[in-house]
Design a binder for this molecule. Structure first.
Ligand code: NAD
Ligand code: MG
Length: 392
């Protein structure tokens, strides 16, 4: 019996994870669930999965949840400390890290430091503190399995005992596929007018709002390039982004002998979730088998960095190193939130990120404190820039 904690249980990944777990009650048991504000959903999940603990974002939310599930044995608490506890608990083997954004960093790191099997959906944690996070994984003998569909596909396409050394494994390129999002073909001049509703309407995947906007700007792919760098020990030049609008091939690895290995499937996150949960075995995920004969032609082309400046900014941040990716991530989180609140336009997102990268000097990512300090600096600079843009 594998005991599982889900950080961010009410989100898109959290719900898909519970869907897979529910198909295999003899193999998996839910130890703890967390949500930020969606107490009603979390209460329903607690009723169904009966976790030992449930964690929410505020004392008010905790009081509401406790009232709703008073008849259950579930212990209710709130806040970051409690998230770290359920991530590191002796009573859990596996932690699904599916909180969105920098808020996921502390509990995800706590799971790594406790040597857990960490299923990593929260790419922002790795982008912010890649070296420190990977060091913690190694030092505490945690097992890190990628949930992001591209990284899960790359993981599946690499040799079984890949040791984060691409050259030794004969890897020539990591080919990260990207759908290109909803604005792949829209006239570039009209991107200024994009609304949050349009940006959140992804052609192939159903996801949370923040990652949906990131997919529309392709910052998501940029964050994934940085994520791939840390997960697979690959320098920026070894990672290539390929636009593939059908999202059937979830990424590929190209080897020095000319072989290209890929993982294919329907675009449904339950596949990588089931893969990581059961690894190295396989379990059913509820995802339909891919019908190759019913498939449209598969297209591939190079990304246009002028249409998607955020992708170029992410490559720049990776090459700059240190805390530059943490600055990029923090500026992007602030800008996306302002865009979703209709305070700034769609194209202002890349402007805010660019200006923060220019204005805030990055440094060494020597400790989590140093990273969080830079994260705070970038957020305050981004907030100021957003206020300026919102006034004009
Ligand atoms: P979502 O917005 O649907 O869900 C986010 C979850 O995090 C919710 O449970 C929410 O309650 C919780 N949360 C939000 N803010 C929080 C805070 N400040 N403190 C604690 N908890 C908080 O997001 P999602 O689409 O499920 O994405 C989750 C993570 O997985 C992201 O990092 C995203 O990049 C990554 N990811 C998602 C997908 C996908 O298909 N949705 C694919 C690949 C990677
Ligand atoms: Mg992805």
């Amino acid at each position: 019996m594998q005991r599982v904690t889900i950080l961010g249980a009410t989100g898109s990944i959290g719900v898909s994870t519970l869907d897979v777990l529910a198909r295999h009650p003899e193999q998996y048991e839910v130890h703890a669930l967390s949500a930020h504000g969606r107490v009603d959903e979390l209460a329903a999940q607690c009723r169904r999965f009966r976790p030992a603990r449930a964690v929410v974002g505020s004392p008010d939310a905790a009081a509401r949840l406790a009232g709703m599930i008073a008849d259950l044995p579930t212990e209710v608490s709130w806040g970051e400390q409690a998230l770290c506890e359920i991530a590191a608990s002796r009573d859990t083997d596996t932690v699904m890290a599916a909180i969105v954004g920098a808020a996921g960093l502390a509990p995800t790191l706590a799971a790594a430091r406790a040597g857990k099997k960490v299923l990593l959906a929260n790419k922002e944690a790795l982008v912010m503190s890649g070296q420190l996070f990977m060091d913690a994984v190694r030092e505490h003998k945690a097992t890190l399995l990628p949930i992001d569909s591209e990284h899960n596909a790359i993981f599946q396409s690499l040799p079984a005992h890949y040791a984060r050394a691409p050259e030794a494994a004969g890897v020539a390129k990591i080919l990260l596929t990207a759908s290109g999002g909803p604005f792949l073909k829209r006239a570039v001049e009209t991107l200024e007018q994009v609304t949050p509703e349009e940006a959140c309407k992804h052609p192939n995947w159903s996801m949370g709002r923040k990652i949906s906007v990131d997919s529309a700007t392709m910052m998501n792919k940029g964050l994934e390039v940085i994520e791939a760098h840390w997960l697979f020990g690959a320098p920026a030049d070894l990672i290539e982004v390929v636009i593939h609008p059908q999202s059937v091939i979830h990424s590929m690895v190209s080897y020095v002998d000319g072989s290209v290995l890929a993982q294919l499937g329907n675009p449904d996150m339950r596949t990588p979730i089931a893969h990581a949960l059961a690894f190295p075995e396989r379990i059913a995920s509820g995802v339909a088998q891919l019908d190759l004969t019913a498939m449209a032609a598969l297209e591939f082309h190079a990304p246009d960095f002028r249409r998607f400046p955020c992708l170029a900014l992410a490559f720049d941040a990776l090459r700059a190193g240190g805390t530059a990716p943490a600055l990029l991530n923090a500026a992007n989180e602030v800008a996306v939130e302002a865009f979703l609140d209709r305070r700034i336009g769609f194209r202002d997102i890349d402007r805010v990120v660019q200006r923060v990268m220019n204005e805030v000097q990055h440094g060494a990512a020597s400790s989590i404190e140093a990273v969080l300090e830079q994260d705070a600096q970038a957020r305050s600079a981004a907030g100021r820039i957003v206020d300026g843009l919102a006034r004009t």
